[in-house]
Design a protein around this ligand. Sequence first.
Ligand code: NAP
Length: 318
Amino acid sequence: MASIVLKRTNQKMPVVGFGLWKVTKSTCADTVYAAIKSGYRLFDGAGDYGNEKEAGEGVRRALSEGIVKREELFITSKLWNTFHAKEHVNKIAKKQLDLWGLDHFDLFLIHFPIALQYVDPSHRYPPEWWGDDGKTVTLANVPMQETWTCMEELVDQGVAKNIGISNCSGSIICDIFRYARIEPQVLQVEIHPYLTQEPLLKFAKTLGIAVTAYSSFGPQSYLELGMDKGVTALFEHDAITSAASKVGKTTAQVLLRWAIQRGMAVIPKSNSPDRLVQNLQSEDFELSEDDMKAISALNINLRLNDPAEIDPRMAIFA
Ligand SMILES: NC(=O)c1ccc[n+]([C@@H]2O[C@H](COP(=O)([O-])OP(=O)(O)OC[C@H]3O[C@@H](n4cnc5c(N)ncnc54)[C@H](OP(=O)(O)O)[C@@H]3O)[C@@H](O)[C@H]2O)c1
């Protein structure tokens, strides 16, 4: 499978991975196991997704049956916002590793550049955005430098081979590069034809940071949350259906290929065994330059995952 070579470690990050957000807990182990059997090697998890234990079960089943070796897999997880303070980063990363049943992550990301008040995992896990009332967001005064230093220590301790950031924009990335002893190797952000993010991509390229696009299908993932903002489904857009008919692929495969052809990795999520296989087959064809341009022209800077909509004090993309 095609991959992106990460700086510092030269580790290969597969260009197509499997996203674990909203993968149903009760079927997650079977889904991950089936995904490995189908050829997936990268799994994109997070403490916040609440299914790390189940994802780990799927991984361990495949390992114990000899379907893959641990070194052939690339397991990503993320640090949630309530664990940014120096006394919490290492402890929670190790708890997450225990949930997966693994001894290291291949990549560990800061999920959002937002620090929230600590919630003890024995009280509530995953803690999500709000307090016990399910309504109040309580920020914490933890500077990014404190959290990044702890991320670097995770590398020193062998907890994570590679470290990176997610949902970060230019100015916070500039700041991290001022003090980083170990530079972020990966930036994971929302990118799809309604939010093409050219300047951010260019900036990441300049810095040598690999980019992973999330929510490649745009509003599709947000429909079930009532957060799709009423826009036309990308799957039905003329520019995409027309490109799909030219290459004899599905619209989902075209959306993934568009991102890959722009130099990014993708991590589509699917609870369906058929769609999961289909999504993996997005590398063996080329979109024409004209179709690439027509798809990119759909950009309307539409961001579907914006914490400012939960609380205006979290306007990280303002
Ligand atoms: N860092 C972050 O803050 C962040 C935020 C969001 C997402 N992510 C990561 O990125 C991953 C992917 O993003 P996402 O989950 O938002 O959305 P996505 O992969 O763009 O879309 C998932 C949606 O598309 C459907 N789908 C999947 N394959 C399809 C196909 N071939 N044809 C038609 N429909 C298809 C899925 O339904 P079915 O399941 O029914 O197939 C689901 O409704 C996440 O799982 C997560 O790992 C990270």
